[in-house]
Design a protein around this ligand. Structure first.
Ligand code: AP5
Ligand code: MG
Length: 217
């Protein structure tokens, strides 16, 4: 099963993709995490992506699509995967359909996690992430058991440089201008599910899982 998590910055895509990935035993493919890893490794893609990420802008489609297509061609994506943060433009959505179509596969569901803008800003300002496994925490909503350490792998927690208030505002407006148009693309194919992201993490997860189960005949 191939599932896409859509939502504004801070909506909970990463949080819910992690839960779903464990529940469904499918890999979690996060474009932002792949770019941040590439930057840590100082690769050409990572250094290029940084220029856009620092400004809250989208990395060009050609670079992004190439990175994702390489990832989904790896054997552990054969049974499916959970996409988080990809696709983000109509062009990316179409290329993804083509790449899956070549293997006789397709997107099953696109989940849109809806959260009001003022809540997004609160979530991002309190977010800490594991440097090693990228698990997100929140200082108020989901603090780690030991301060500064990841519960899952013991990695060091850090705050993302693009979570500064000015960059967050730019990222939110990029989402509404460039990504919201793809909601119609999935709606027209009967694949879009809207869930209320403005509730506890478990409540959001339950809505998503029941929507996916309802879709499996
Ligand atoms: P990316 O890393 O994808 O960032 P984003 O879309 O801005 O989203 P976030 O990761 O900030 O939020 P999230 O929805 O994952 O929320 P989370 O679960 O962490 O992209 C970063 C950059 O990379 C982009 O700006 C762009 O430059 C580039 N990029 C990436 N993909 C690209 C693409 N396809 N094309 C071009 N460029 C691309 O949750 C947030 C916080 O809230 C956490 O602290 C969490 O604990 C908390 N939380 C989560 N759920 C709840 C809840 N229900 N209640 C209370 N708190 C909650
Ligand atoms: Mg994320």
């Amino acid at each position: 099963m191939y599932v896409i998590m859509l939502g504004a910055p801070g909506a909970g895509k990463g949080t819910q993709a992690d839960i779903l990935s464990q529940e469904m035993e499918l890999p979690h493919i996060a474009s932002g995490d792949l770019f941040r890893r590439a930057l840590e490794e100082r690769t050409e893609v990572g250094l290029l992506a940084k220029k856009y990420m620092d400004k809250g802008e989208l990395v060009p489609d050609g670079v992004t699509v190439k990175m994702i297509v390489e990832r989904i061609n790896q054997s552990n994506c054969a049974p499916g995967c959970i996409f988080d943060g990809f696709p983000r433009t109509l062009q990316q959505a179409k290329v993804l359909d083509e790449a899956l179509g070549k293997e006789g596969k397709n997107i099953d569901r696109a989940i849109y996690i809806q959260v009001p803008n003022e809540e997004l800003v609160k979530r991002l300002s309190g977010r800490w992430l594991c440097r090693r496994c990228q698990t997100p925490y929140h200082m108020v909503n989901s603090p780690p058991r030991a301060p500064g350490k990841c519960d899952k792998c013991g990695g060091e927690l850090y705050q993302r440089s693009d979570d500064k208030e000015e960059t967050v505002k730019d990222r939110i407006s990029v989402f509404f201008n460039q990504t919201v148009p793809i909601l119609d693309y999935y709606q027209e194919q009967g694949k879009l599910v809207r869930v209320n992201g403005n509730q506890g993490m478990q409540g959001v997860a339950e809505e998503i899982i029941s929507a996916l189960k309802a879709g499996i005949k």
